[in-house]
Ligand binder design. Structure first.
Ligand SMILES: *Cc1c(COP(=O)(O)O)cnc(C)c1O
Length: 389
């Protein structure tokens, strides 16, 4: 599968039309407040008769440049950036949900999002989780109280794709708000709003930052929905992005298309190698799915994520540890989306795609070349085979 990132999107990532004394990089407006020329000016601003910057918990010129770029990349009307992906997700759910509402969750969404939904039980908000196969009969899973359908495609650990157009058209018929966490595709490889979704949420910590040095999030949607999220979830929730972090993300955006193209090539080679390795029982990645799933993936995306999971043939925990501990080019830790290779282990026995085994290993591939990665995996597997436990 070729990675296609449009020339328009590359232009948005790489160029700036903002004017700041011809500086090639917009300055970091490291200011909490902005002042007014007269009291009349301030009053006009308060009465919404005049646009101005006033307080960075509301708006800041550097973060605004980032928001405008992200809104354009998704084809959305507006965007707000947050101090973390969870800040963006929590603000969105808090703003759109009310006591008594139900949320239908599709696919293995990010664990802390499920944990946040569980905390909303104290406000009488309930949720149920279904798997991608159950999308064929969505009507069986919604109730009159279902206010939101929330999904991730591909899912966080199993990477199964969800038919987004089908979900969006069902939700529109039933007056349900659709939210997708599009972190692992970015708006360069998958544009959910153009497939009919109402809201796209992101952790910018991952691909957009790209260098493992910033925590940030974003919400893109229609102007009307964003105004609600802005008022209830952003300004009052308070998890706003700092101008310095916005600057780092603008820098990350400049290389995002090139990084995504590079990691897609690397990932394709590594997935292919793993699929043909007799020590590997199963590879979980959109490219490793077949039939209808692969078709859906190809229809709604223009590239692939560099995240993948695998299951070893061995079920020995000791051997699994030997394999992971001997990987030389992978650091053992959480998160992903940077230049470096990362590995972590998770138990997701509750999901069908991984049901037969408890442990799955997740690899996040960075910019190191595929032959080096493959040689590393090869030597770690040999050390594992040599261990007699
Ligand atoms: C990391 C992540 C988040 C949370 O983002 P933070 O920036 O860590 O708060 C949400 N969704 C997905 C899919 C993620 O990978």
């Amino acid at each position: 599968m070729n990675t296609i990132i449009s020339a328009t999107d590359k232009l948005i990532c790489l160029t700036d039309n903002t004017h700041h004394n011809h500086a090639i990089n917009p300055p970091i407006y490291q200011s909490s407040i902005f002042h007014f020329d007269s009291l009349d000016d301030y009053i006009q601003y308060r009465n919404r008769q005049k646009e101005a910057y006033c307080y960075t918990r509301g708006n800041n010129p550097t973060t605004r440049i980032l928001e405008e770029k992200l809104a354009k990349l998704d084809g959305g009307e507006d965007c707000r950036v947050f101090s973390s992906g969870m800040g963006a997700i929590a603000a969105t759910l808090f703003a759109v949900l009310s006591s008594g509402d139900h949320v239908l969750v599709i696919n293995d969404v990010y664990g802390p999002t499920r944990a946040y939904l569980a905390t909303l039980a104290k406000f009488g908000i309930t949720f149920t989780i279904i798997e991608t196969e159950q999308v064929v009969n969505l009507a069986a899973h919604v109730t009159s109280k279902t206010k939101v359908i929330y999904t991730e495609s591909p899912g966080s650990m199993t990477f199964a794709p969800v038919d987004l157009q089908k979900v969006a058209s069902f939700a529109k018929e039933h007056n349900i708000i659709t939210i997708i966490d599009n972190t692992c595709m970015t708006s360069l490889l998958q544009k959910p709003l153009q497939l009919g979704f109402d809201v796209a949420v992101y952790s910018l910590t991952k691909y957009t930052g790209g260098h493992s040095d910033v925590i940030a999030g974003a919400v893109v949607s229609s102007r009307a929905l964003l105004a609600q999220i802005d008022k209830q979830g952003y300004k009052l929730g308070g998890s706003v992005l700092s101008p310095h972090d916005a600057f780092l993300l603008l820098r990350g955006l400049r290389t995002l298309p090139t990084r995504l193209e590079a990691t897609a090539k690397i990932t394709q080679e590594v997935v292919n190698y793993l699929q043909h390795n007799p020590a590997i029982k199963r590879v979980l990645h959109p490219l490793a799915y077949t039939g209808e799933y692969l078709k859906i993936h190809q229809q709604q995306t223009t590239g692939i994520t560099s995240l993948l999971s695998l299951q070893l043939v061995t079920t020995s925990t000791a051997k699994t540890k030997v394999f992971i501990d001997n990987l030389q080019t992978f650091s053992i830790t959480v998160s992903w989306g940077g230049f470096e290779n990362l590995v972590m282990v998770q138990e997701i026995a509750h999901f069908a795609a991984a049901k037969s085994d408890k442990i799955i290993i997740r690899l996040a591939l960075g910019l190191l070349d595929a032959p080096t990665i493959i040689a590393d995996i090869e030597q770690a597997l040999l050390k594992m085979e040599a261990c007699n436990e």
